[in-house]
Design a protein around this ligand. Structure first.
Ligand SMILES: C[S@@+](CC[C@H](N)C(=O)[O-])C[C@H]1O[C@@H](n2cnc3c(N)ncnc32)[C@H](O)[C@@H]1O
Length: 258
């Protein structure tokens, strides 16, 4: 093991002991340390992560929420609060699609009072994960609906806002991603076909039909996909859009207006 890898492992072990075991090296903690040594992601070993003030359980092994996603969802929430009459108690309808752990929708619900947010995901196992996280964060059942759906197949309503983090890694770049991600995180959450654009294109083609008159989409993507996405937006006749960078100065999400 290289020095850098070893010091990273030591850091993860300290964090694990502090977060999960109150600093005690119990037998269970020793087993978890072995999982870390085998390369399992720290968040899976701890069993949960934090996302914009929400506790996100990861026991069903959804995609581990990323800090880049947390960054744009925070920007989207600030934007929504500023520009959508939010202060006037208006009820806005939001859709979190490609939901995984449910982190995006749950952050919307927990960080606002009047927004309603439906949460859609294809994988039935993850529907249970999202249920668990909604309960864990004490979200009022009247404010959401959980929908098992292959993209828009079972979506029946129109929404003021759609927030999407589709799988977008190109399969051809499989060898460039972190080994532990490739080994332990769900492939369905990572890959978007050979060029990574398979779900993005399908999503953008249909999404405008699920937006209300002044509806807005926020969608995450990989920084190399900006040019292709711009072409899709022109082809599918969206009116206007703005691309935004993440905290690492890389193109990361697009805000699309009807
Ligand atoms: C990149 S992950 C995003 C998870 C979560 N929203 C987040 O930001 O951490 C994409 C999610 O889309 C789901 N997914 C894959 N194919 C889908 C499809 N055809 N329809 C709906 N969801 C799909 C995967 O199961 C995965 O949970």
């Amino acid at each position: 093991m290289t020095k850098a890898k070893n010091s990273n492992l030591q850091r993860e072990i300290s964090w694990l002991l502090k977060e999960k075991y109150n600093g005690q090296l119990t037998n269970k903690a020793k087993k978890d340390i072995a999982r870390l040594k085998n390369g399992q992601p720290l968040d899976y070993v701890i069993g949960f992560t934090d996302f914009l003030g929400c506790r996100i359980d990861l026991s069903y092994k959804p995609l581990i929420p990323r800090v880049e996603t947390e960054f744009w969802v925070k920007e989207a929430l600030d934007d929504i609060k500023e520009s959508f009459d939010y202060a006037q108690d208006k009820t806005l309808r939001v859709l979190d699609i490609f939901a995984g752990s449910g982190c995006i929708g749950i952050a919307v619900l927990k960080n606002t009072n009047t927004l309603l947010c439906d949460i859609a995901e294809k994988d039935s196992k993850l529907i249970n994960q999202i249920k668990k996280n909604l309960k864990l964060n004490k979200i009022d059942k009247k404010r959401y609906k959980l929908i098992e759906s292959d993209i828009f197949k079972n979506i029946k309503k129109k929404y003021d806002l759609i927030l999407a983090n589709p799988p977008y890694i190109p399969i051809k770049n499989k060898n460039k991603i972190q080994k532990s991600t490739l080994k332990y995180e769900p492939k369905d959450a990572l890959f978007g076909g050979q060029d990574g654009l398979y779900f993005i294109k399908k999503f953008l083609k249909k999404a405008k039909n699920y937006l209300t008159e002044n509806g807005t989409i926020y969608m995450e993507f990989d920084f190399l996909q900006k040019g292709k996405i711009e072409k899709f937006l022109k082809n599918f006749e969206y009116k206007s859009w703005q691309f935004h960078k993440d905290q690492f100065n890389k193109w990361r999400y697009v805000k699309i207006m009807l």
